[in-house]
Design a protein. Structure first.
Length: 151
């Protein structure tokens, strides 16, 4: 069962992202689950994106672009540029659609989009675009509580 199969907006036992809806920026990314490849530095042009080739920051850029939000020039988007986009939010106040950051090979070396219920969607080196836990395993250990809200 994937993340969206677990979700219900009826306030029942499903994922409650806060306002009852999964943000569109999270939903659009599901197109690439199982159909994408992670490539560090990849996804910096439309040809690669059409083939499902992304790194974490180009995937975030692509997802927001799909809903009409520009996060700077595609050719120069990085985790560093995204770490300064929007408004900083306390980790305890994060909401679905916020950017979440991880200390991997450097501070803020990885970025994803918070999906609610302790999950984020992003392009990871192991499987391409996937939902991952923000609380457990490798990503839980490297989550640095840097949260940026794109307004």
């Amino acid at each position: 069962m994937d993340f969206m199969d677990q979700y219900s907006d009826d306030g029942g036992d499903g994922i409650d992202p806060g306002n009852g809806d999964i943000p569109e920026v999270v939903e659009v990314g599901e197109e690439w689950i199982g159909n994408s490849v992670y490539d560090f530095g990849g996804g910096r042009n439309e040809v690669e994106q059409a083939q499902g080739i992304f790194d974490c920051s180009s995937f975030v850029h692509w997802a927001f672009e799909q809903i009409g939000v520009q996060l700077g020039p595609l050719g120069s988007v990085t985790t560093d540029s995204l770490a300064n986009e929007g408004e900083s939010v306390d980790s305890d106040d994060k909401e679905p659609g916020d950017l979440v950051f991880f200390d991997t090979y450097k501070t803020d070396g990885h970025v994803g989009i918070y999906a609610g219920d302790g999950q984020f969607i992003g392009a990871q080196s192991s499987d391409g675009v996937e939902y991952e836990s923000l609380e457990d395993g490798y990503w839980g250990e490297t989550y640095n509580e840097n949260v940026q809200r794109i307004g």
